[in-house]
Every structure is written in C-alpha cells, then in structure tokens.
Design a protein around this ligand. Structure first.
Ligand code: PRX
Length: 651
C-alpha cells in the first residue's frame, strides 16, 4: 500500500524523542544481530538483586520449546516498581485515581504506594500465602487492584487477575484451573453509575469451584461502595481491618528471573481459556523499555492508559511498565461516556494528561457522538496518542489524530497480544512515519515475518500469516499447567516460529498492516473471545441443540458476535427466546460476550463427515453470500438457502 497516507515524523519529534530514525535502525540491527549484547545492556534499566550472567537461552524448536531470559539473575518486581524510586521520588504521585464520578479522585505517592503494598503483602502472609501460591484478583478499577498485584509480586505469589466483567462461572473456571486458594475482591464495583456485585459473584464462583474440588481459604474484601454483602465467618476478611493489624514494611522476596510473576487467562480457539504465564525478569525489562520508548515517556509526564487491569494492557501499561519507570500512571474507574461523551477529554484536562492510550472501539464510539464533545475541552496537555487491541480503521485514526490530537500528537498504533507481554510492532514516535491503519515496524529484538498457509516465508510486499522468528524478553513462557498446549498452540502450525494467530499484509516500505485473527478467535470491542466459548455457553441452554458462532464486521465494536442456533425439537423460535439466550450467554461468560445477532437455524451446513462449514457461516453473517463457493460437498445443500433467506445482518 505505497499509496497509503503517511504522517511523517516532525523535526520537533525527531529532536525531542529518545529514539530517532538513525538510532532506531542502529539499535534494531544490533538487537537482532547481537541479542545477548543488546538485551544484556538494556536489562540494566531494572534493579537486580543478583546480576545475571546469561542473557538469552531460548529454543523455538518444536520438539523442545523453551524460553529463558536472564535466567541466573534474581530480582523483585515490586521493588523495581516502588522501592527503587523512594530515594528520588518518594513524594511524586505514582497513581492518579479517577473515580466513576467526576468528583471522586485520589493521588497516591510512591511513599504511600510502598506502605499500602507492604501492608497488603503482610496481610496475605499472615493468612498463609507463600511464594508460588496463586492469588486471584477480581476487582474494579481502584488503586487496591494495583496494590494487590504488587503485593503478590512482593512476596512471590503469582497473581491471576480476572476482569471484573466476567461472570461467576468464568471466575470459577479460572480459580479452579490454577488451584488458587486466596481471592481478593471488593464489595461492589461501579462503572457508568451502575453497580457490579463483585463479592456476590465471588461467593457464587467459589461455591461452584468448591463443588468441583477447589478450596478457597480466604477472601479479602475491599470496601468500595459500602453496599451490603454477606461475609462468611472464618473465610472472608475486610481489607480495611486487616491492614491495620500488620506492619507497614514487608521485606521483598528474592525471585529468580524465570520465577512466575502472573497468570492471565485469555481466549483461544478452544472452549477453555488458557492461563498465559509470564515470568519476572524478562517481563520487567520488556514492559519498562517499551513503555519508555513507545510512549516517549519522560520524567514528569502524566500518562493515562484507559484499559482495565483485568487485561494484559492494564498489567503491562498501567501497572508494571509505567511504575518500573517511576511514572505517574492514571487509573480510571469509569467508562468513556459517563456522565457524558466528553469524559475522557475532561479527565485529560483535569489531570493534565500528556500521553493517552486507548482502544479503537472507544475512539469509534466517541467519533460517532460528534466533534463537539471533544472540541469543547482544551486537551492542550496532550502530546502523544496511542491505540491498542484491534485494528484501527483509517477513518477512526484520522479523527483521533485531527480532532482529539489537533494534528499535534503522533498516534502510535501498537500491535501486541497477551502472549507477547508487551508491544511488538508500532511506530516509535520520533523515528517512524505513521500510516493510518498500519502498526508499521517492529520494536527492538522483534523479528516479524509473513508465511503462507504451508509455512513458506514470503518476501517483500505480501500478505499472509504473521509469525515471529525468534524470542524477545517479554514473551510468555508457557500455558500454566499445560506446556504441551503452549507448544501446540503457538509452535506447531509453522514449526520453528511463534505463530501469532493474526493475518497481516506487509507493504513495499516493510510496514505491517494487521488484518485480524485467522483462527476462531473474535475481537469484540478489543475483547478477545473464542467462538467455541460462546458456542459452549449456548449449547448449555436446555432449549438449544446446536450452535455455531462467527464474527461479522461491526461499525463500533470492530467485530460483532453472530450466533446460529438450532433449537431442540418442539421449541418455538421466538424473539423472547432470543432475549433469553442473550441473557444466558451474559450470565455464563459475562456481558462482553453478549450475542449481537442470533439466527435460528433449522440446520447448519455440514460436510458429509459432520464438520460445520464455518466459511459459509462467516460469509452469510457478513451479508456477502453471492460467492459462497462450492456447497456441493454439503450433506444437505438446502440448509444454506434457508440460512441466506433468514440472515440477520442486512448490511
Ligand atoms: O488480533 C490482534 C489484536 O488483538 C489480539 C490480541 O488480543 P489480546 O491478547 O486480548 O491483547 C490485546 C491487547 C494487546 C491480537 O492477536 N490486536 C491487538 N492490538 C492490535 C490488534 N490488531 C490490530 N492492531 C493492533 N494494534
């Protein structure tokens, strides 16, 4: 796409940024030619207790996948995020918290962060949490969520943060999978003026998990709203009471670089989310360096990433990366359109935000609400804008650049994944020209490549499947408790390479354009979801006999969820039943999985061997059924006519 619009790096940006084009080329070349030298030096940006002597020890060999970085070094992630800043910036604000209501905010300094994290760490220790134990965190966007993560890191416990929008069942599955026996939650969450019953959900989840053999010793409850909640004697503890009983200092645990830091569940192409496991040393180095260079973070900047800590973006770019760099990071409890569609920009003005990082789905929704909600605010503090989570369409990119950033702020479109730990492909703002819709070029140490379906490497301008040829420090190490699944998911398709699951195009300038998932994973409003997860939720309903779920293009969400549902014999296909099924999926998985369109299908297109032909279902859902391809191999070709006739998306 050499005819794509290009926004060149301005001379001011080339001047002010840490990395300009010459430096990018020089550092990139070194990072791939001499990874040991490059990363050995870059790793000095964090504090080690015992220095490492080995840098990279990784193998993508299908028969022996193993990823280790800095393996004989020791460190503590919470010390890197807190203690080491105390000498110089104890009174600097570490976290600005902006509540759901615009009148509600808090500033937490590094000194205070140290105390709160230590106290919470001591509470966990007092209740038997040890190094290597799994702690589940199911919290709203309040500072205590960050304290909880860092407190785990301090004592070497492995946190598993579960997004507060997930249902009790989803929470139960995640508690069971990693056999977690300590849960941190709050009474309720608040978003957009609405309350979310987190403690009640936790109670239901534990009841379910315990039926399946799990055992939860304690639930620590942070009081957020003061709403009425049931507390189980002997198990449930109030956070505000417990932190008063312990010391304000907690010595950090010495962790090996390859000791686990956290597990984060993410969806794949099967029904069961997998526990992506990240370790300590490489992750800290990688989130810290990417946060500094991608956002061109300078001391004193106010940085805001609008993600939730329940997703990897919140882990890497609200908590670990920014705090490792001694930044001021803003945590927002609410939603973009409450109390009005100006909220994001009002928050920018209120706190003087310089760097703003959000998802295309929010940009598209706000764009739809008109320019006035933006232009009535000042936004003069903004210097750089970022995008993450899904492909950004050029129209939304241009609007973000022109209306929000007033053509003053570069837009960094950052491509990465839960698995990658940090940003892999993005235009560095002082070095790489931006093209709306393209994530452009790889970060240091990252070697993307394009392969065809047989795994042949494609050269030059081309299109195909995106793989990465070699390891970088932030890469996930395994699927928790299932290394074979890790190998099969990421290293079996194109042997010798890490397969991302994404399709992409590379243009004549060598810039990458991510085109979306090529597997059965959906990306709905930047939330990743397996079609199989939604299908299993649907077939668990007593009136459903069979279901097939596909994505279709959606103006705001990027992709919408389209469900084909075959009912049990004798069930009536009514609008009420559609509503019931929608609510059912919401309660099985969570509101983010709410089906957009449901089509009752008397039959699904299957091959004679019984395999559902998803290609046809995708076409019909896209309202593009003129070219359905060869349907003669179907067991019952007539079902396709019925599906086309009753299709729900008439674009
Ligand atoms: O398809 C890609 C899309 O989101 C997937 C990863 O989702 P998740 O693990 O939830 O992490 C999201 C936040 C890092 C990818 O496989 N994706 C993410 N960022 C972009 C993107 N697609 C296009 N452009 C992006 N900038």
């Amino acid at each position: 796409m050499s005819d794509a619009k290009v926004h060149s790096v301005t001379p001011e940006w080339a001047e002010r940024a840490f990395i300009d084009w010459d430096k990018y080329q020089e550092m990139y070349a070194r990072s791939v030619e001499d990874p040991n030298g490059f990363w050995g030096e870059q790793a000095q940006r964090i504090d080690w207790i015992k220095p490492f002597t080995k840098v990279k020890n990784t193998s993508y060999d299908y028969h022996n996948v193993s990823i280790k970085w800095f393996e004989d070094g020791t460190l503590n992630a919470s010390v890197n995020c807190i203690d080491r800043h105390l000498a110089d910036r104890a009174d600097q604000v570490a976290i600005i918290w902006e509540g759901d209501e615009p009148s509600d905010d808090k500033h937490i300094t590094y000194r205070q962060l140290h105390e709160y994290v230590c106290r919470l760490a001591n509470v966990m220790k007092a209740h038997g949490v040890k190094k290597g134990d799994r702690v589940t965190i199911y919290m709203p966007m309040i500072p205590e969520a960050a304290y909880a993560m860092l407190a785990c890191a301090r004592i070497g416990a492995i946190h598993s943060v579960v997004f507060g929008g997930f249902s009790p069942d989803s929470l139960a599955n995640r508690i069971e999978d990693c056999r977690s026996d300590f849960v941190i939650t709050s009474d309720e969450g608040v978003r957009g003026g609405r309350k979310i019953p987190l403690k009640a959900n936790t109670d239901k989840a534990i009841e379910r998990a315990e039926k399946d053999g799990a055992s939860v010793r304690n639930v620590l409850v942070v009081k957020r709203t003061g709403g009425d909640v049931a507390m189980k004697e002997g198990r449930d503890l109030w956070y505000h009471e417990e932190i008063e009983k312990v010391e304000a200092d907690c010595p950090p645990e010495e962790m090996g670089a390859e000791d686990p830091l956290f597990i984060l569940y993410t969806s794949g192409s099967t029904g069961k989310p997998k526990g992506v496991m990240h370790t300590t040393g490489g992750y800290m180095v990688y989130t810290s360096i990417t946060h500094q260079y991608v956002f061109d973070y300078h001391d004193g900047d106010i940085y805001w990433c609008t993600a939730d800590v329940g997703w990897v973006t919140g882990h890497s770019y609200i908590v670990y990366g920014p705090l490792a760099n001694g930044a001021t990071t803003l945590m927002f409890e609410g939603v973009p359109n409450y109390p009005s569609g100006s909220r994001f920009w009002e928050v920018c003005d209120k706190h003087g935000v310089n760097i703003f990082y959000t998802a295309p789905t929010a940009i598209r929704a706000l764009m739809g609400a008109g320019d006035e909600a933006v232009t009535k605010t000042s936004r003069k503090s903004l210097r750089l804008l970022g995008s993450v989570g899904e492909p950004i369409n050029p129209e939304a990119w241009e609007w973000y650049y022109r209306v929000v950033g007033e053509e003053r702020c570069p837009v960094v479109d950052t491509w990465w994944q839960t698995e990658t730990g940090g940003i892999l492909i993005t235009p560095l703002p002082g070095a790489i020209a931006q093209k709306p819709g393209s994530a452009t070029k790889p970060f240091f140490g990252v070697q993307p490549a394009v392969v065809d379906n047989e795994g042949n490497l494609l050269e030059g301008a081309t299109e195909g499947n995106l793989v990465i040829l070699d390891s970088w420090p932030g890469q996930m190490r395994t699927v928790y408790g299932d290394h074979d699944r890790f190998v099969q998911t990421y290293f079996a398709t194109y042997k010798g390479n890490y397969f991302t699951g994404d399709g992409c195009r590379r243009d004549a300038d060598g810039d990458y354009w991510i085109t979306g998932r090529v597997d059965d994973v959906l990306n709905v409003s930047g939330h990743r979801m397996g079609t199989a997860e939604v299908e299993s939720a649907l077939v668990a309903h007593p009136k459903v006999s069979e279901a097939a779920v596909v994505g279709y293009p959606h103006n705001i969400k990027g992709q919408g969820i389209y469900c084909y549902v075959t009912l049990m014999a004798g069930e009536e296909p009514t609008d009420e039943l559609k509503k019931e099924l929608r609510n059912w999926v919401r309660s099985e998985i969570g509101p983010i999985a709410s089906p957009d369109l449901i089509q009752f299908a008397p039959g699904l297109p299957k091959t004679r061997s019984g395999k559902i032909m998803r290609r046809i279902l995708r076409k019909i859902a896209e309202d593009d059924f003129s070219n359905l391809g060869d349907t003669s191999t179907l067991a019952e070709p007539a079902v396709v006519d019925d599906l086309v006739e009753h299709r729900q998306n008439r674009a």
